[in-house]
Design a protein around this ligand. Sequence first.
Ligand SMILES: *Cc1c(COP(=O)(O)O)cnc(C)c1O
Length: 393
Amino acid sequence: MRVSLQQRAQSLRAQREAAHRLRRRRTVARRDGVRAEVDGAWLLECCGNDYLGLSRHPAVVAALRDGALRDGAGGVASHLVSGHAAAHEALEHALADWLQAPRALLFGSGYLANLAVLQGLLGEGDACVQDRLNHASLIDGARLAGCALKRYPHADAGGAARQLAAHPQGAALLATDGVFSMDGDRAPLRTLADVAGAHGACLYVDEAHAVGVLGDAGRGIIAAAGLGTAEAPLRLVTFGKALGSVGAAVVGEAVLVEHLAQVARPGIYTTAMPPAQAAATRAAVEIARGPEGDALRLRLQANIARFRDGARARGLALMPSDTPIQPLRVGADADALAMAAALEARGYWVAAIRPPTVPEGSARLRITLNALHGDADIDGLLVALDAVRGASA
Ligand SMILES: *Cc1c(COP(=O)(O)O)cnc(C)c1O
C-alpha cells in the first residue's frame, strides 16, 4: 500500500512530541559577545562552540568585509571549475603551515568533509573502525562509502584493535573524534596510533573541538598528544568552532589529500565557499596561532578550572572533561528539558541534548565555556545550576 509522506511526518511528529523529543529552533535577534537576545530576553550563552570568540573578532570581521568588497559574496563555481580563488589557496597554505602537514584541502563544512574522506578513500571490501561516540558525520560517511562499519566501545583502543584484527583484508581507516562533541573527553590518541600502526590502518582524527583550543599554538589534539602526520596521516579541521567562521579542511599526507581532490564527491559537486569566508578564516588562523590565541586559551583554561572547581564544591556531577565542553548528565529527556528551561528563566542559555544525539537514557545539559566568559559569568552559572538541580517536568 502506498504510504502518504505527509501522514507519516504528522504521526512521527506526534510521537516525538509525546516523548519529549521535539526539537525547537530559537531565533537569536542580536548578539553581544557571549550574550544573545532570544524571545526578548538577553541570555548568557553557554552552548555555542565559538570557544575563543573569534566569530566577532574585529580582524576576522574586517577580513570578511574586505574580502567581499574584493571578491563578492558568492563562491561562483566549484573548486575544479572556476571557483578556486587566491584566498582559498592562501588559506590552504596557511593551514598546512600552521598544522605542520604537507597539504590541506577545503570543504564547505565539516559534515561534508567527513563524507568526502570516507567516501573518497573507502569502498566495498574495506573497513572503517570507529569509536561508538563519534560524530554523526563519520557514521554517515562510512555508510555512504559502502565499506564495513565497525564500532568499538568508547575510547577502547583494545576494542579498536580487535575490530581491525577481524578485518585483515582490504584497506582500513581508524576514525575518531579528537575531543568528543557531546562528552568533552579526549580520545586516547597515542594508543590508537599504535593500534592503527600495528594493523596497517590509517588513523583519521576529527579535530572539530580541538583545533584552536588544544596544543601548542592551538594546533589541536594530534599536536597535544605529541603526534604528527606520520602517526595520523589525515585530520579534519573545522572552521565553525574555535575559528569562528564556517567551512572545513582535510589536512595531511599529500598523496591522500590529492586523491580526495580528484574523487571526493562532497567536495567536487558543490560550490566553493565564498573567497571572503576563506579570507576571514585565514585571519582567524593567524590570531589563533599567535600570542592573542595563547592569551585567549589561557582565559578559557582559567574558566574551565573555575567552573570545575565550583561545580565540585557544590556537588554537581560533571562528566570527566578538561575541555570547554562540560556536560552535566541528567538522564531523562524531560528532566534535561525542564532544567534547561529553568536555567533560561534565570538568564542562562544551556542546551539540553537528547537522544539520538546521545545514547538513550543519557540526556544531558551540554555546557560550553568560552574565553569571553568572565569570572562573574561562571560564578552566576554555577549558582543557577545549583538552584535548578532537581527541576523536573
Ligand atoms: C561540528 C562537528 C562536525 C561538523 O562540522 P561542521 O563544519 O559544523 O559541519 C564534525 N565533527 C565533529 C566532531 C563536530 O563536532
